[in-house]
Design a binder for this molecule. Structure first.
Ligand code: MEV
Length: 329
């Protein structure tokens, strides 16, 4: 006997300022984007992912989120977010899967409960990190972390060890951002570990983390004032600081340099080591051309998008809808 399908989706994200330093409790600003992952689940006699037997040892997010599921399930995922690109594919998968599973069980989850589940899955899969990505993919729109007197709506506070992340909602003004994907897959865990090792052995690295925190606070104010010039300058400065921490790479630097003549500022976004950069610009076509000319894949992103949500039941069987060239998770 197979059950009915339950489908949920969650958006990807990009970090305007503050990645890596946020792991140490510093401020960050992150926005959800108009690229989503969709996850359908139904009870089944077997355990399958996109039509094939699921190996839970290779799918830690599924393993964690189904830890209380004691029956077979079919899972179908469909993603517009390139994996390992710094655009939150793993947090979005966790949020969509957790929401679909809770609905399948007839449950209801608050955003806060969903963030706890998604962040739990992230930690299980990659071992360390902050709840920033999970918060952005669950809540959508814009999210700020540890901004004093943010003055905007407080969403939740999450603590782990001696770190605390106070998460607030941010109104993102109408600005144009272009993402450039290097096409190099770079999972988050190793990049976070690299920075941790550096900060453990060097006070200088910890000073850089502190400076990223200060730049992010200034950038948050600029965002509020709609001051694209200051925000762009701070984004480029942040890129240099992240490069000093060792999380940029030649391909990212190349795309940042290509975008800068037509941008207020540009930087890597996410954990780095590959993945994506982002530029703040009034000339998106020129930035897209410059990124393509350097071998990157550009996307002009829309912000202000909804967070994790249930989707209408698919009219067709999602298992029959999987394209032949489906990108595997
Ligand atoms: C990855 O999108 C952001 C990092 O700061 C890691 C994290 O916050 O968990 C690099």
């Amino acid at each position: 006997m197979t059950g009915e399908w339950f489908t949920a989706s969650a958006p990807g994200k990009f970090v305007i300022l503050g990645e890596h330093a946020v792991v140490y409790g510093k401020p960050a600003v992150v926005v959800a984007v108009d690229r989503r992952i969709t996850c359908s689940v139904r009870r089944s006699r077997k355990n399958t992912l996109n039509g094939e037997h699921i190996d839970f040892n290779k799918q830690p997010h599924f393993r964690y989120l189904t830890r209380d599921t004691h029956y077979g399930m079919d899972y179908v995922t469909n993603s517009q977010i390139p994996p390992g690109s710094g655009m939150g594919s793993s947090a979005a998968l966790s949020a969509a899967l957790a929401l679909a599973l809770s609905n399948e069980r007839g449950g209801y989850m608050t955003e806060r409960e969903l963030v706890d589940e998604a962040y739990g899955a992230e930690l299980y899969a990659q071992g360390s990190g902050s709840p920033m990505d999970a918060s952005a993919c669950v809540h959508g729109k814009g999210v700020a972390i540890n901004i004093p007197d943010a003055g905007s709506k407080e969403l939740w506070t999450i603590s782990r060890g001696d770190r605390t992340w106070r998460v607030t909602d941010v109104d993102v003004p109408d600005m144009t951002f272009v993402i450039g994907n290097t096409g190099i897959k770079a999972p988050t865990g190793p990049q976070v570990d690299k920075v941790r090792r550096y900060t453990e052995k060097s006070h200088f690295a910890m000073d850089v983390v502190d400076e990223i925190g200060s730049v992010t606070l200034e950038g948050y104010d600029a965002l509020h004032r709609n001051d694209v010039e200051t925000l762009g300058r701070l984004m480029t400065h942040d890129h240099k600081l992240l490069s000093i921490l060792g999380v940029s790479c030649n391909e990212l630097n190349k795309l940042v340099r290509a975008a800068l003549p037509y941008s207020y500022g540009a930087k890597l976004t996410g954990s780095g080591g590959g993945g994506c950069m982002v530029a703040l610009t009034d000339e998106p076509e020129k930035v897209c051309e410059a990124i393509s000319a350097r071998g990157g894949t550009p996307y002009v992103v829309q912000t202000g998008v909804e967070g994790a949500r249930m989707e209408l039941q698919p009219s067709n069987d999602p298992l029959l809808e999987i394209p032949m060239d489906y990108p595997r998770m």
